[in-house]
Design a protein around this ligand. Structure first.
Ligand SMILES: [Zn+2]
Length: 285
C-alpha cells in the first residue's frame, strides 16, 4: 500500500533534510569527471562505470573490475592474507594504509587469483586506483610475482588490469625493488611459452609502466587512458621543449607502437576471451 507520507511536503527545514538524506542513501550519485552530469551510482555500476551521457570511463575498484569481467562465481583469490608493513616507519604511512584498507575493504592495492572468461581459464591481477593512488608497494609486487609464478607452474595465461600512480614512495627502495622482481617473474612465465595480456587503464604511470605493465605479449588500453613514466611537466622541464597534443594518452601510444589496441570497456570481455581462445594450448590441433 502506498504510504501517505510519500506525498507529504516537509513541514520544516529539518524534516526536509531528513527526507533528502534517505534519498541520498537510496540513490547515491556520482559526478562525471567529463560532462559533470550527476549519475546514480547504481546506473554506473550496471553499465561497467561508463557514463550514460558522455561515455567517459569512471574508475573501477579492483574487485568491481573482476566481478564485472569474469564468469560468475569463477574468481578464486590468491594470497589474500598478505598485508603491507610500514617497514621504514615513514611519516603518516601507517595512518594512510589503515585508511586505504578501511575505505577499500581490501588489504592491499592489488587483487590476484584465477578465473575464467567464457569458460577460458587464466590467472588474473587487478589493481585498485583508490588504494594510495594504486601505488606499488612491496606486497603489490610480491602478489604479482607470486601470481606469475603460480601461472607458470599451472600453465595458465595471465590477464592483468593495470592502474597506478607509480612506486609507493613510503616504502622507498623496497618499492623500487619490485620493478626488477616482477619483471623476472614475467620473463620466466614468458619463457615457459605462456601468454600475458595487459589492459592499461587510466592512469598507469611510474614504476609500474617501467616494469610489468609494459612487458605483456599483448598490450591493450582503455580509451584516453594516461600512460607514461614521468609526468608531462617533468618531461617538459627536463627536455626544455613543448610536448605534442595528446602526449601520453592511449591513442598517442598506439600511434607510436607502444600499445597494440585500444578496446572500449564494453568490448573487453569478448576481446580477452578471443585472445585466450586463440592462445589456448592445443587449440591448433
Ligand atoms: Zn559523462
Amino acid at each position: 500500500m502506498l504510504s501517505r507520507k510519500l506525498f507529504k511536503k516537509p513541514k520544516n527545514r529539518l524534516e526536509g533534510e531528513a527526507d533528502s538524506t534517505v534519498m541520498q542513501a537510496e540513490e547515491r550519485r556520482v559526478a562525471c569527471p567529463e560532462c559533470k552530469a550527476l549519475v546514480p551510482h547504481a546506473t554506473l555500476q550496471a553499465q561497467a562505470y561508463v557514463c550514460p551521457r558522455c561515455g567517459a570511463l569512471h574508475a573501477m575498484s579492483a574487485r568491481e573490475r573482476i566481478l564485472w569481467l569474469v564468469d560468475e562465481g569463477s574468481f578464486h583469490e590468491l594470497d589474500s592474507n598478505l598485508t603491507p608493513i610500514d617497514r621504514l616507519g615513514f611519516p603518516s604511512y601507517a595512518g594512510k594504509l589503515s585508511k586505504a584498507q578501511e575505505e577499500s575493504g581490501e588489504q592491499e592495492g592489488v587483487l590476484t587469483g584465477t578465473a575464467t572468461i567464457q569458460g577460458h581459464p587464466f590467472a588474473l591481477f587487478s589493481m585498485n586506483p583508490a588504494f594510495i593512488m594504486g601505488s606499488m608497494g612491496a606486497i603489490v609486487g610480491e602478489k604479482i610475482t607470486r601470481l606469475f609464478e603460480y601461472a607458470a607452474e599451472n600453465r595458465l595465461p595471465v590477464v592483468g588490469y593495470a592502474v597506478s600512480g607509480g612506486a609507493r614512495i613510503q616504502e622507498g627502495i623496497f618499492s623500487l625493488m619490485q620493478m626488477a622482481k616482477t619483471s623476472g617473474a614475467v620473463l620466466r612465465h614468458s619463457e615457459a611459452g605462456l601468454l600475458y595480456v595487459v589492459v592499461l587503464t587510466h592512469p598507469t604511470t611510474g614504476g609500474v609502466v617501467a616494469s610489468f605493465a609494459m612487458e605483456a605479449d599483448v598490450i591493450l588500453a582503455e580509451p584516453k587512458a594516461l600512460i607514461g613514466f614521468a609526468g608531462p611537466r617533468v618531461i617538459e622541464q627536463t627536455m626544455r621543449q613543448k610536448l605534442p597534443q595528446g602526449f601520453q594518452r592511449a591513442e598517442f601510444l598506439m600511434a607510436k607502437g607502444f600499445v597494440d589496441r585500444i578496446v572500449p570497456r564494453n568490448a573487453q570481455k569478448h576481446e580477452l576471451a578471443q585472445l585466450l581462445a586463440l592462445h589456448q594450448r592445443g587449440a591448433m590441433a
